[in-house]
Structure formats: structure tokens, C-alpha cells
Design a protein around this ligand. Structure first.
Ligand SMILES: [Zn+2]
Length: 597
């Protein structure tokens, strides 16, 4: 048994999330976590909403809300969506908690004491008419990279690049239109060059990473520069140094606090579990492993910056130093990055309405239908395109006609002819072959999920479904009315295959595996699900404004990853369909919805 940290990218709480987000990290990580639990590992799956930075402030302004209110609003929306998808977080929390602020400040202090945080003069914007600091988000100008004419002082919403206000062509104040004046101000920088050698040696020890991540990271390491970690901003984690902690206009940069969320969420989980030190099993134990899941736009934070911060905490950069109060912390075992999901050939974009929100999707279709599409056709190794026609085809031809049909036909036939799972008589070659195929699928599908090849994994599982459907066609038990012994043997065999397949498919399709478990006469929880709990902040000092929802769950009942013999005599009833067949008219309806003004 190994301690396995499953760390998922933190969705940004400035609006509801679309299916591209959950395709990139949510579903693939959940498949991995569920499988690792079934293999008996001690899995901890953590994340939360990323709630600082200017996009929150801009959204709050647009809605006439305080930043904390806007963050709380979308935190709740996102928590509900992730629960509906069945993502089995041990803790899904937020970056505005007092616990998170404390952890961030602790890590900052260690990095500072170890000499990895540089204080430098850098041009900051002030308003010439008032003499006051002009926060980045209130500066607008033309993006030097793409020419977009309303890029903000921190980021271009068109090309997504991070910017400094001085990068903008023709910068203007969004408050009164005047050109800002730039004056030298003190800011903090993470000394990334101090970790160049340590990062290179660490990366050389990594095996099994996707080639895109390794190549991208190697390129980054060729040109490391100190990176700003403080900002002219009034929303974020205060800088924990004398002379800074009380300044209302200086905060830590949002990315700096967000990556520390993996650690603070584990600590929060431990504190809520009643054993406040339990988090060390996943962070300080040298045998523990950690897998980080994200979209490709976030690789830099997970393969370069977060490892650098951990090395700095451990005193393992060129400046040396010693671990702080958190002790020595583990670097990522693997950074698992996916590509992008486009939709009907276009990049997802909320502003241009090229978007399908998770919530809207789940109002009309089942969670497992979406999970199936993401697993079978998601952007695992290359950008992939979501089309409604392909969704319809995969749902109807693969999920309903393949797996759903196998479950329905085999259980219906056994229920009608026997009323229970029949006894198996002597097995023939064809029976043994099918059982051998499903037993082998445990090894094959398991090895694929374990190396984060979800697409190939579900493909292998569905091949096994096809083998079981072929077995039914070949043995034709409906023609064996005059030979009840043989008919019972065939149905027993196929029900054993169905039972094995519901186990093999449960990391991908947990909701329907639970249903199949019940249709086969099973009781209790087969595929454990997350639940929402309302909790109070554990500490003062954060920015939550009252109780908030977290996603958590008891996953200790996860079944083992193995074939369990079905019991002859278990009563069966006529099944209702596990999956809904969709009418082809949904394709036009959905495309019309997208084009609606
Ligand atoms: Zn741009």
C-alpha cells in the first residue's frame, strides 16, 4: 500500500466551469484516484477553487459584488457541479480560507529565510491625478503579443498571456482614462535561477512522463528568470513581513498562493479528519507518490515553479538553507498534463458563447454519458474536438448499444427464465474463453489507468464488452429453452462477465456501475460518491465570509480491483435501462442553443 496524492488543478472561481475544464483534469484524475483506491492504496484527492487575482475582482465589479461574495458564489456553483459529476475529492476547498493563508505565509517565510525571495525595484503604476497606486486590473492597453486593444495590466484575455502594466502599448487608467505614471516600487521575486541545477537533476530522474510535459519543461529550464510574486492589489494573501503585512495595496501574486493550495488542502483535510499531522503521510513520507493533473496552459506552475518552491522550502537550491516548520516536502512524482478540448471546431470562450457549462450539460444528459465521452475521446494527448454529433454517436452506439445492451439483455434473460442468477454446470471452451478475457482485462485496463492512459484503458474495457456481446450472440441462450442446464451455464457465465465489467468500468463510469451492482442483486455502496458538507473556516485571517461548502467523501468502501464470483441463487428482477438512448434531434437543438444570441 502506498500513499498516493492526487492533486487536481484549481478551477478559477470567476464563473461556472465548462466541460473543457473537467475534460482536462477533473475526470481523468478521478479515474486514476478511483482505480488506485481499488488497488488498496491510500489515496488523497485534493483541490479547491482559486479565488484571488484580478479576474475575480473584474467579475465582482461586473456583478456589483464584493470580491469575497463573487468568490463564494462561484465556489458554490463549482462545488455542486463537481459533485454532480461524481468526482471523488477527499477535500475540495478554497484559497480564501484562514488555513490556506497561514500555510502560504509559512512557506513564504521559509523561502525568504532561506534566501530564495529577492526584493527588487520594479516600475509600478500610480495615478498622476491622485498620486495613489493604480492596481493592475485598472490599467488597460494594447497587448504587445496579439494586438488585442483591451488587455489588462496583468493579463491579456485574448491570448491569455501574463503581462506587466509596462508591457502594454498605450496604457490608460480604466477609472478616468489618464495615462498612468510609472514609479519605482519594491516588489518580491522568486529566485528561480537558484533552482536551475536542482530542477534539471530532478527532471532527469522522472520517468514515464508524457513527452509534451518533459519537452516543455526542459525548454523552460533553459531560460529561468526571477519571477514576481507580489502585486499591486488589494485582494489576496498579505505579505507576511514587517512593514508589508498591514499594507492594503500589496498582496502575494495569485499563482504563488494557488499552487500552495495542494499542501494547504491536505493540511485542512488532516485537521478536519481529527489527526492534524496525517497530511505528512502524503508530503514527508519518502515512499509517498504524487500525481498532478492539469491542462497544458498550467504545466509551468507544476513542473517548474511549484517544484522550485518545494526545493526552496527544503533548502535545496544554490543558497542552501533548512526546511521550515513544515519539514522537508516531496516534489511531484508525475505532472500529468492534457491538451485542450475545442467545441465544434472552436476554442471554448465564455465571452463569445462558445461554451457548454457543466451544469447545463448535466441538466439534459447523465454524468456518465459525459464521463464516457471525456474518457473515450478527451484531449489526453492531443487537442480534441467535442461535437454533438460525436457525443450522440458515442452515447447511442457505444454506451447504450454496447455496455447498456449487454447488461440489459443478460439480466433480463436470467430474470425471465430463472428469476435469479442460475447455477453454472460444466463449462465449455467458449465459456472459459470469455471468463479468461474478462480476467485479463483487469490487468490490461488497470495497467493503462495506472499509467494515465485513460483513453486506451476505456477502449480496452469496451473491447471486453464487445467480446461478451459476441459470446451472447454465439451461444444464443434464448434458443436453449429445451436445455435449461446449458442455458443456465451460459447466463451464469455472461453475468459473471457483466459483474467483472462493472468493476472494471467503475473508475470511468461510477454512477452506472453502482446501478449494475444493484441490478445484479448487490447491496450497499459499490462506487462511492462525494458529498457536500457545509463547514466553518478553521482559522481567522482568511477571506471567507461565513460557512462554505466543501466536497468530501468516505471512499473506504471502494471494492477491490478483482473478479468476485457471482452467487447462484441471487434474486434478479427485470432491469430498467442503465443508459438513455438519445434522439438524433438533440444535435440540431444543441447547435441552435450555441448560436442563440
Ligand atoms: Zn494578447
Amino acid at each position: 500500500m502506498t500513499h498516493v496524492l492526487t492533486a487536481l488543478a484549481w478551477p478559477y472561481a470567476n464563473g461556472p466551469r465548462h466541460i473543457g475544464h473537467v475534460a482536462g483534469f477533473g475526470v481523468p484524475a478521478d479515474v486514476f484516484a478511483r482505480y488506485m483506491r481499488m488497488r488498496g492504496h491510500d489515496v488523497l484527492m485534493v483541490s479547491g477553487t482559486d479565488e484571488h487575482g484580478t479576474p475575480i475582482l473584474v467579475q465582482a465589479d461586473a456583478e456589483g459584488l464584493a470580491p469575497a461574495e463573487a468568490a463564494a458564489k462561484y465556489n458554490r456553483v463549482i462545488v455542486e457541479d463537481l459533485e454532480a459529476l461524481g468526482l471523488s475529492y477527499d477535500l475540495f476547498t478554497r484559497t480564501t480560507t484562514g488555513n490556506h493563508y497561514k500555510t502560504v505565509q509559512e512557506l513564504f517565510k521559509t523561502l525568504y529565510d532561506n534566501g530564495y525571495i529577492l526584493e527588487k525595484k520594479t516600475p509600478g503604476a500610480i495615478s498622476p491625478s491622485t498620486g495613489r497606486t493604480l492596481p493592475d486590473r485598472y490599467i488597460e492597453g494594447t497587448c504587445p503579443h496579439c494586438g488585442f486593444d483591451s488587455a489588462r495590466g496583468d493579463q491579456c484575455d485574448n491570448c491569455g498571456r501574463q503581462l506587466d502594466p509596462t508591457d502594454l502599448i498605450d496604457p490608460k487608467s480604466r477609472i478616468n482614462g489618464e495615462a498612468p505614471k510609472f514609479v519605482e516600487e519594491d516588489h518580491f521575486f522568486l529566485d528561480l535561477p537558484a533552482f536551475a541545477d536542482a530542477l534539471n537533476s530532478w527532471l532527469d530522474t522522472r520517468t514515464g512522463w508524457r513527452t509534451n510535459v518533459v519537452r516543455f519543461t526542459k525548454n523552460l529550464l533553459d531560460d529561468l528568470q526571477p519571477r514576481p510574486i507580489s502585486r499591486d492589489l488589494d485582494w489576496g494573501v498579505p505579505i507576511p513581513l514587517e512593514g508589508w503585512i498591514d499594507r492594503p495595496d500589496k498582496r502575494l501574486y495569485v499563482w504563488f498562493d494557488a499552487v500552495i493550495g495542494y499542501l494547504s488542502a491536505t493540511i485542512e483535510w488532516a485537521r478536519r479528519s481529527g489527526d492534524a499531522e496525517a497530511w505528512r503521510q502524503w508530503w514527508s513520507n519518502p515512499e509517498a507518490v504524487s500525481y498532478y493533473f492539469m491542462g497544458k496552459d498550467n504545466i509551468v506552475f507544476h513542473s517548474e515553479i511549484w517544484p522550485a518552491m518545494l526545493l526552496g522550502n527544503n533548502g535545496q537550491g544554490t543558497a542552501g538553507g533548512a526546511p521550515g516548520s513544515l519539514g522537508e516536502l516531496n516534489l511531484p512524482t508525475e505532472v500529468v498534463s492534457s491538451e485542450f478540448l475545442t467545441m465544434e471546431g472552436k476554442q471554448f470562450s465564455s465571452s463569445r458563447r462558445v461554451v457548454i457549462y457543466v451544469r447545463d450539460f448535466l441538466e439534459r444528459y447523465s454524468a456518465d454519458a459525459l464521463r464516457y465521452y471525456i474518457c473515450a475521446a478527451g484531449p489526453e494527448n492531443q487537442d480534441s474536438d467535442f461535437t454533438w454529433a460525436e457525443f450522440l454517436r458515442r452515447n447511442n452506439d457505444e454506451l447504450v448499444a454496447g455496455w447498456g445492451n449487454l447488461v440489459n439483455r443478460s439480466i433480463a434473460m436470467a430474470a425471465k427464465n430463472f428469476g435469479h442468477i442460475p447455477e453454472a454446470g460444466e463449462l465449455e471452451e467458449v465459456d472459459r474463453e470469455l471468463l479468461e478475457t474478462t480476467r485479463r482485462a483487469f490487468d490490461e485496463v488497470g495497467a493503462l489507468i495506472g499509467s494515465n492512459k485513460v483513453r486506451a484503458g476505456i477502449g480496452e474495457a469496451m473491447k471486453t464488452v464487445a467480446a461478451a456481446n459476441k459470446y451472447l450472440a454465439d451461444t444464443a441462450p434464448w434458443k436453449l429453452k429445451d436445455d435449461p442446464k446449458r442455458q443456465g451455464t451460459v447466463l451464469h457465465t455472461v453475468l459473471q462477465a457483466v459483474s467483472d465489467l462493472k468493476t472494471i468500468l467503475s473508475p470511468f463510469l461510477p454512477h452506472s456501475s453502482q446501478r449494475v451492482h444493484e441490478l445484479l442483486g448487490g447491496e450497499g455502496v459499490f462506487a462511492p460518491m462525494p458529498r457536500i458538507e457545509e463547514v466553518d473556516d478553521l482559522d481567522d485571517g482568511g477571506a471567507t465570509d461565513g460557512p462554505y461548502p466543501v466536497l468530501t467523501g468516505d471512499y473506504s468502501q471502494a471494492p477491490a480491483w478483482e473478479s468476485v464470483p457471482v452467487r447462484a441463487g441471487t434474486p434478479l428482477e427485470k432491469p430498467t435501462p442503465v443508459f438513455a438512448k438519445l434522439d438524433p434531434s438533440i444535435v440540431d437543438e444543441e447547435i441552435e442553443r450555441l448560436d442563440a444570441p
